[in-house]
Structure formats: structure tokens, C-alpha cells
Design a protein. Sequence first.
Length: 366
Amino acid sequence: MPQPPRDGRWNELAKDVAAMADTRGGLLIFGVRDKTCDLVGIDPEQVNDQQYSQWIRNHVQPYLPDITFTTLPSSDGTTSVLVIDIPASPMAPHHVYGTAQKDKEQQAAYPELRPLGSALNRPAVLDGEIVALDSEGRSDFERLQSRMGLAGSPAKAARMAERVPAHLILFDAVFLDHSLLPLPYTPRRALLEILGPDGACWSTPAAVVGHGAQALEMTRAAGLEGVLAKRLGSRYEPGVRSRAWTKIRHVRTADVIVGGWVPGRGRLTGLPGALLVGERHEGTLRYMGSVGTGWSDRERTTLATLLHAATVDECPFDKAPGVTGARWVLPRLVGEVRYASRTRAGRLRHPSWHRLRPDLTPDDIT
């Protein structure tokens, strides 16, 4: 038996197979021994036609059972080509996973999730989300941020995995021995539950059928972000935002004090591109974040007039935010914003402007 190839040696072949299957299928022809036709990153002295064939059997046929391939030698035996007949497949983008270098690095970023593959013990593509949980079992984006950007630092990723373990929440099955894309959500979900992928670092949360209003209220009371509603007959649509899936976020509101603004660009020159807002805290104005969406054109123009009239030179916040191009105003304008949640430092996440509050003064904000 030929020796298995080392990681990264098959990147180009995997990408080409996936690209062909992602369109209409067809023939791919590769030079195996002819050095002028080598694939990038493959050493012809170490990789031969047997290893190509073995790689296809082990890593492609489980996902593309109808793929066929053959090796055609030259008449003098000095060169050979590999001919692969690839069927069209909507699962093609998933064929490359685990072979491309960036995917190897991504796996290194979350080492605690790597055992999931062997736990499943079968070819599978599952859909889910990586989160970091707080002490009450809720997703905490701030904690997750400490795990991001470590794909190229496996040693640091391993240390952080001990301090802030990641958790994979699985909510759909796309491939289990064969493609599940033609199936509606209900049987896909049933197959996922039969598979039962639950472990210390991954889980499959329960799905609630019906009772949408009650489910939404329960998530609000639990301090969760919201719910994801899926039509029971919906099919999985790779790479698109399906209209059959709707994320319903809980929206919170807060009264804020405007302490500055950042001018817009282009057609927004002279108008606010973002407002810098804060709240009263121990007699000072504490920065809460930048709000850059939610206005109509008329509201933006009204705000521009009010901001220009309130211009000052000194920053009104207790600690000046590091915002390039910021302009400061007297902290007398009060507005209402919507937001998803707040960080531990008090910053707003996903804020949007709702309205001016001319009925309130900064002294009314506690």
C-alpha cells in the first residue's frame, strides 16, 4: 500500500474537484509524473498515480459516490495522466474541508472541537455555531473574541482552550453518508437527533415546534439573543440567506446623551456618519459606543443642524474614545437607541438610532 500523503499536499486537487462539482461537473485531467504538468505543491518523486487514486477513494468518494477515475500511461511509460469524471454536486464547497491549509489552521484554533470527527465515526457535514459560554450557560461574544485570530498560533490556542473553552452548537445536518440537501428541515433534524452529537464541547439544543411566542418570551427571560425560526418544509440552501429561516433578535432600548459625532463621506459630507453617545455615571459622561445607522435623510439633516450648533473643542466624555475624526458637542442632546446587548464594559452591541428625545434633558438620564 502506498504511504498516505502528508497534510497540505492535496490542496490544489481538492479545490479543482470541488470547483468542477460546484458547477456542472465534467472531466479533470492531471499530469501525475510529467513535471511540466504538476499540481502546485505536489512532489512527483513522492506522489504517484496510486496515491492519487487512494486519496480519491478515501476522501472524495464518501461525498461523491458517482465519481470515477482512471490512470492512462503514455506509450513509453515515462508519463501518465489521471482522468477524473466528476458529477455535479451542491455539496462541492464542503469537499475541500480538512484538506486546505486554512482549514487545518482553523481546526488548530479550536483543538477541543477536533475529537468530534472521530466521535461521529462516519462522513458527515453538520451546520452549527461556535460559541463561548458564560457561567450561566449563555453565549458570551466577548469571551469568544479571546479565541479569535489564533489560527496561526496553535500553542496559544491550546492554552486559551483551557481558559475559555469553545462550544459547538449543532442545529442542522447537511450530509450523513449522502447529501441531505433535497430533504426538508423536519427529516434533516430527525437524522441529526438520531446521530446524537453531544459531548463536552459540542451539543445539539432542542428544537421547539410551534409555540413561537412562548419560545421567544422564554429566551427573553433567560437573557438570550433571540430565536431562529425555520419553516419545517424548508431545504438547506448552501451559501445564501434563506428566506425560510428568520432570526428574531430581542431588541433593547436605552436613552443616551450625544457627546460627539463623526462626519460622513461622499454624499454625507457635512452630515453625521455616526454619533458618539454616552450615559451619566458618577457625575461624568461615560462613553457607550458609536451609532451609525437608523436615520432617515431628514433626521440626519436635523441632527447635523443641532450638532453644528453645539460644537465644542473639548471632549465631554470622562475618557476620550479613540475615534478618528471625532468632533465634540455639548452633551445636551438626548436620543433613544436600540441595541442587542451590552458588553461588560458597558458598550452597546449592534446599536441603531431610534429617535430624538426632545422631551428629556441629560439630567433626566440616570
